[in-house]
Structure formats: structure tokens, C-alpha cells
Design a protein around this ligand. Structure first.
Ligand SMILES: [Zn+2]
Length: 92
């Protein structure tokens, strides 16, 4: 005798949950990709697509940006430098 458990009810939404990193412009708000620099790359190419709590939110340049803002290049705004976003995040 055995019972079988199904997790078929567990569905993935098409968008990742909003994370703190996203609200600080350190992760793509569309696909969740981390935009922070790593040892291999200086940081993913991202553009501003919106605002949360007076801070810019970012998405990967291209498809994600178009989904988020309607333009592959994001909003026509000066992006907050990554270093400033990292500094703001470090104060959380
Ligand atoms: Zn993305």
C-alpha cells in the first residue's frame, strides 16, 4: 500500500516575484536576472524601466526593457549609476 503525492498544482507564474534587489535596480524586474557585476563581467546591460519608492527599476536592455517600458532602450531617463544603486542597497 502506498500513496502518491502530486505537486501538479504548483504553477510557475511567467514573472518572477519582486525582490528587494529589483526595487533597488540591481535585478531585472522582468526576468529576475541579477544585474550586479561579477568577476567575469562588469554588470549586465540594463536600462531604467520604471520607479518604485522613488528609485529607478531596471530591466535587461532589449526584450525585458520592451516588456517593462514599451521600449527596448527603456525610459528616456538618465539611469542611476550602478555604484549608487549598490550603495543604496548596502544601507538596507
Ligand atoms: Zn531581464
Amino acid at each position: 500500500m502506498y500513496s502518491q503525492h502530486s505537486i501538479a498544482g504548483h504553477r510557475r507564474s511567467s514573472r518572477p516575484e519582486t525582490t528587494v534587489e529589483m526595487t533597488y535596480g540591481l535585478a531585472c524586474t522582468m526576468c529576475g536576472r541579477d544585474l550586479r557585476p561579477t568577476e567575469e563581467k562588469p554588470g549586465h546591460d540594463a536600462v531604467p524601466v520604471g520607479r518604485v519608492d522613488d528609485r529607478q527599476t531596471f530591466a535587461c536592455r532589449g526584450v525585458c526593457a520592451r516588456l517593462g517600458s514599451g521600449s527596448a532602450d527603456g525610459l528616456a531617463e538618465e539611469p542611476v549609476p550602478l555604484a549608487d544603486r549598490l550603495a543604496a542597497f548596502a544601507q538596507v
